[in-house]
Design a protein around this ligand. Sequence first.
Ligand code: SF4
Ligand code: SF4
Ligand code: SF4
Length: 186
Amino acid sequence: MDESKKIGRRDFVRGAAAFALAGGTWAAVGTKAEGTVWQLDPNKCTQCGRCATHCVLNPSAVKCMNQFNICGYCDLCFAYLHPGSRERNTGAENLLCPTAAIERKFIEDPYYEYKINEDNCIGCAKCVEACLVFGNGSFYLQVRQDVCINCNECSIAKACPSNAWSKVPASKPYMFITGETPPGQK
Ligand code: SF4
Ligand code: SF4
Ligand code: SF4
């Protein structure tokens, strides 16, 4: 391949970060302009699993995110691969995610991009826990505001053992795991 056309990892990561920070995935869900909405603080979450089981919706309105600009794009990603897996491939028996919601795309040796298919994600936090223990901690949970029906009393908030939930301004409905406010939110 023409070296000038080859996408280096650093360039790719910068591009991915720019995409995330430019609001690529965030813009797609839109924001509610007024009032307050439920959101969880990923830095208080202890991955108990109740986000998957205590939402009034099935599947849950809580989904996993991957903050690309801190992801290591690891070949051996323990958020993706089951610890007992024998092969590093996409066989269902090798995956940690119970619904195969994490999509892996080859970038260049030895780097892969990991993206969440939110239609399949149930918010179980298994990948979040694994990424925190073995990786960079770039995976985290958020309420998808285009799915959530904004219950007056959120049943997950009541069940959360870590006091991670609160009402936030609808104009700032999401947060990054690193604490910054995603762009497009005032
Ligand atoms: S209920 Fe609370 S601690 Fe449990 S996964 Fe959800 S946010 Fe995390
Ligand atoms: S492991 Fe759980 S939280 Fe992570 S992508 Fe799969 S369903 Fe979603
Ligand atoms: S407010 Fe209702 S729909 Fe939204 S996350 Fe909580 S229980 Fe689920």
